[in-house]
Design a protein around this ligand. Structure first.
Ligand SMILES: Nc1ncnc2c1ncn2[C@@H]1O[C@H](COP(=O)(O)OP(=O)(O)OP(=O)(O)O)[C@@H](O)[C@H]1O
Ligand SMILES: [Ca+2]
Length: 962
């Protein structure tokens, strides 16, 4: 099985929510890791003691431009192979694997034994038939298992890992990590996952979380200095100049040379060891295993009883033995766990097509029970395509009635046109006008990290900052950052906790931009239109706040700007260096909601999912956007549905848990608040989906029941901590995933119903006829054929039943709700009883002549198979009539049933099959009669659906589960 080393093991949720099973696999690996460095001759050890220059020379590469020679790269690729860890547990040829399956199942061995006994006793016919049946049963099982493995493998390829590579002097951030070779020059930034074992050659405050290798969760500081060799080895944790594959950059940045790839990395070694450990099963798979075991015990007892009674009644013990063993094969749904796995895996692949990548199979099960979704606003609910639409300065525009409207320039005369005129002929105009507007724009220019890409002909970087650069371009203003005169000296970078940024120039001019509260609280002055510094009174501050509110009411993101001077000895290391500012003005930018978000929110609300928007923007902006996308708000008092970050700081989890049911918006929130929100929700018993993209979102993503990372704008750290990745960052994708999750669960219940009812019917049929001292209605071969139908394609195809939007109308499944519900058992019983009565009826009716002929068993056998096919049709949906579901929208199902019926016809009409199954040809009239009888199971279920629907309509609930 090939595994992508970068995607976490699908079935393994180890670091996040360890279960008993997983924990010991973890400790096992951790214990072994301490041995790892003992007899280690890996590249990371060799190069950790070398200097940067020695490393570069030894790998014949370049510390600035990376590898350049294509032939050289090619030959390195040939020598070291792909940068991937592959496990090699399927080296065995298929045929050997196939033959092995014959010996793995004790029941099959028993069957083989009975064939041998038959042969020895001279019943060659029986021996041949049983052997044929065994081969068919085993083949179907093998093919299914093989497919399931292939599907699981496909899942591993879903999250290809990218890295930032420099070759031939060209830097490219989206290179597949699997192409790396030793000698490659790689850039590491905050949030990245390390793509190979890398010797660091340059670093700035590089902090790496190595818990995936060492178990130690505190990040380690790395540098580029050689490590002193002490004896023949250096513990992994002390190789301070090596960034190990699979570890996470939590802060800082670095450049480094790849020294080890694929198997030659520390990760590769751990991977090999982990591989020997069996992957833990998902809760659902465990439940299926348990169900299988319970059923086995139950059927063994029953079969024992049947066998005993039969022998007491004086029937041939060999026949009884064969029937018992076949019955055991049939009654035990040994295909169930496989079908569950395949269904989950196919569901994951379908979700991937819809741009939601589920990283671990168990998450699919959780998706259907999510009842709260906490979502970021910017980029997930909105497009993250910022555009400046409004500008405002206190000096030139006075109050909220005078705002420069950039979007609707045609309509607004006054200030916009006047300002544009000064832009066009700056010589003739009054130099003492609009100085504050120019300064505001200048601040937006200096406080900016967006860079112009000559390849893409546009600015790239932070969308908020790109919007400002685009505005400057629209006004025809130059990017002053390129001017040496204005060279940047210090920078206090923006982050979502700080909510502002500041930079200082060579001449100690200070520029600040960010959230209004932050800027205003440090402002003492404002700039007049003539460029003078004026005192900022409380009254004027109120005016500024009013204007911000007016702008935010439109849903605009507001950036405030200010300027000042940096004190002599300050270096902008802390917030204290920013004070005594001169307020400049406000920039309002529009970020429209994504197109289908409102619709998705409506569907989720219908499904009783509580939607919470978490944003760093101001309360007014947040509420406005929330209103636009249909998040429920109390219109008279929207504040009732919102909590701000400051308030949150003064609450504890319990207090939050008490009120969170009515909270739909968190404004001015920081990433750290997310953790508290998840905890408060989980305290109430909610099943939480939480989105995130940054390094500090990781704890909340891990804790959430479904952590959802952004594929485009998210860091590797966030993706690593999450259970699901949204390829396009679009909120609507979450809806699709939840729909699939719920649907898959329904499908699983449906095919379990199908399998269990078949199994119960077959067992009971033989038991009853034995009890009533009737001849056995089905022979061993017939029972085995029924087993194929039950464990094979028809059941599997029920697992891929398309999911309709109406699944969202059902409330989320309770966290601890069993898959085998009381309702499900009732369905199973109803169908089984139908089948038993119908089949017995045919059997008894055919037998009235007192003698059991081929015709009698053929009728009974066919009747059972027809019953089963109608039963399958009934199992396609839990509550909806087949006439609503439609007969043709599950192609695979129709093929499976068609093939099964064709097989049945062969069994009755082909002479060769007739001798195996002990059958004879039936007339068309017989077939029609059987169809009529067997359709009763389907009709009974339609009646059940009709009544259960009425009940469901009566029981509509509200918001949360608790
Ligand atoms: N690049 C920036 N420079 C300065 N200030 C900014 C910048 N980006 C945002 N801000 C300010 O910080 C506030 C909050 O931004 P933050 O980054 O916390 O939100 P976000 O995470 O982008 O949005 P959301 O939480 O809705 O996804 C904004 O309202 C704005 O005032
Ligand atoms: Ca079976």
């Amino acid at each position: 099985m090939s595994d992508n080393p970068f995607s976490s093991n699908l079935l393994d949720k180890s670091e996040t929510k360890p279960s008993l099973l997983e924990e010991d696999s973890n400790t096992l690996s951790l214990n072994n890791i301490s041995d790892l460095s003992k007899n280690d001759n890996s590249a990371s050890l060799t190069y950790s003691t070398k200097t940067v220059e020695e490393t570069i020379t030894a790998l014949s590469t370049d510390g600035k431009n990376g590898l350049s020679d294509l032939n050289d790269i090619k030959s390195r690729q040939d020598e070291y192979g792909e940068n991937e860890c592959k496990s090699d547990d399927d080296d065995e040829p298929l045929i050997i694997q196939f033959l092995k399956t014959f010996t793995e199942d004790p029941l099959i061995l028993l069957l083989i034994a009975s064939a041998v006994v038959s042969f020895l006793m001279g019943n060659t016919d029986d021996a041949v038939s049983i052997t044929m049946a065994i081969v068919i049963v085993v083949t179907v099982g093998f093919v299914q298992e093989y497919r399931s493995e292939k599907t699981l493998e496909a899942l591993n390829e879903l999250v290809p890992m990218e890295c930032h590579l420099i070759r031939n002097g060209n830097s490219n951030a989206n290179i597949l990590a699997s192409t790396l070779v030793p000698g490659d020059l790689v850039v590491l930034r905050t949030g990245d996952k390390v793509p190979a074992d890398i010797r660091i050659i340059e670093s700035v405050n590089l902090n790496i979380n190595e818990s995936s290798l060492t178990g130690e969760t505190t990040p380690v500081l790395k540098n580029c200095y050689p490590v002193k060799s002490m004896g023949d080895t250096i513990p992994i944790a002390e190789r301070s100049n090596i960034a190990f594959m699979g570890t996470l950059v939590t802060d800082g940045s670095a450049k480094g040379i790849v020294v080890g790839t694929g198997k030659n990395t520390m990760f590769g070694k751990v991977f090999e060891m982990m591989n020997a450990i069996k992957k833990p099963k998902t809760p659902l798979q465990q439940a299926m295993d348990k169900l299988g075991k319970d059923l086995s015990y139950f059927s063994f007892i029953l079969i024992g009883v049947i066998c005993l009674i039969g022998v007491i009644q004086g029937r041939s013990w060999l026949t009884m033995f064969q029937i018992s063993v076949s019955l055991a094969v049939a009654a035990i749904p040994e295909g169930l766990p496989i079908i569950v796995t395949v269904t989950l895996a196919l569901g994951v692949l379908r979700m991937a097509n819809k741009k939601a990548i589920v990283k671990r199979l168990p998450s699919v099960e959780t998706l259907g029970s999510v009842n709260v979704i906490c979502s970021d606003k910017t980029g997930t609910l909105t497009m993250n395509m910022m555009k400046v639409t409004k500008l405002w300065t206190l000096g030139s525009m006075e109050n909220e009635n005078h705002i420069m409207d950039i979007e609707n320039k045609k309509q607004t005369h006054g200030i916009y046109n006047d300002f544009i005129k000064t832009l066009n002929n700056s010589d003739t105009m009054d130099k003492k006008k609009f100085c504050d507007i120019y300064k505001l724009l200048e601040c937006g220019n200096f406080c900016n990290t967006a860079i112009y890409s000559n390849e893409q002909y546009k600015y790239i970087g932070n969308p908020t900052e790109i919007a400002i650069m685009d505005l400057l371009k629209e006004f025809g203003l130059q990017d002053k950052r390129n001017d040496l005169k204005y060279e940047k000296k210090y920078e206090l970078p923006f982050n979502s906790s700080r909510k502002y940024m500041a930079i200082s120039l060579k001449n100690d001019d200070l520029y600040v931009k960010g959230a209004l509260e932050k800027v205003l609280s440090n402002s003492k002055y404002y700039m007049s239109s003539a460029g003078k510094r004026e005192k900022l009174t409380t009254e004027l501050k109120a005016k500024i706040q009013n204007t911000e509110k007016t702008l935010a009411l439109e849903g605009l993101r507001i950036i405030a700007a200010a300027t000042g001077n940096l004190n002599k000895n300050d270096t902008l290391k802390s917030d204290d260096d920013v004070n005594d500012l001169t307020f400049l003005g406000l920039i309002g930018m529009k970020d429209p909601p994504r197109p289908h978000v409102a619709e998705s929110i409506e569907h989720l609300l219908e499904g009783q999912v509580h939607i919470i928007m978490i944003t760093g923007d101001s309360p007014t902006t947040a509420l406005s956007i929330a209103g636009q996308i249909g998040i429920p708000l109390d219109l008279a008092n929207p504040e009732n549905n919102m909590i701000t970050g400051d308030k949150l700081d003064h609450m504890n989890e319990d207090q939050l848990a008490d009120v969170i049911d009515r909270v739909n918006v968190f404004a001015r929130a920081t990433p750290n608040h997310k953790l508290m929100i998840v905890k408060a929700l989980q305290k109430r018993g909610d099943v939480v989906g939480m989105t995130g993209d940054g390094v500090n979102d990781a704890p909340a993503l891990k804790l959430a029941d479904i952590g959802i990372a952004m594929g485009k704008n998210g860091t590797d750290v966030a993706k690593e901590a999450s259970d699901m990745v949204l390829v396009d960052d679009d909120f609507s994708t979450i809806l699709s995933a939840i729909e699939e999750g719920k649907g898959i669960f329904n499908n699983i219940q449906n095919f379990i119903t199908f399998q269990l009812s078949t199994s119960v019917a077959a067992l009971s049929l033989v038991l009853l006829s034995t009890l009533f001292n009737l001849p056995t209605p089905l022979n061993a071969m017939q029972i085995l054929w029924i087993n194929i139908l039950m464990d094979g394609p028809p059941a599997q195809s029920l697992g891929v039943e398309p999911v309709g939007h109406e699944v969202m109308k059902k409330p989320p499944r309770k966290r601890d709700e069993k898959i085998l519900t009381y309702k499900l058992f009732k369905r199973v019983l109803q169908s089984a009883i139908c089948i038993i009565i119908g089949t017995l009826f045919i059997f008894v009716k055919e037998m009235v002549d007192g003698e059991i002929t081929k015709r009698d068993t053929t009728m009974t056998f066919t009747c059972f198979v027809f019953f089963d096919m109608f039963n399958a049709v009934a199992c396609r949906h839990t509550t909806k009539s087949i006439f609503e579901v439609g007969f043709f929208n599950n192609k695979m199902f129709n093929y499976a049933v068609g093939l099964s019926l064709l097989g049945q016809m062969c069994a009755i009409y082909l002479p060769f099959a007739q001798s195996i199954f002990n059958t004879e040809a039936l007339s068309l009239y017989d077939l029609l009669f059987l169809l009529m009888i067997s359709s009763s199971v389907f009709i009974a279920d339609e009646v059940r659906k009709h009544y259960s629907k009425e009940k469901e309509l009566l029981s509509q609930g509200v918001f949360s589960q608790v």
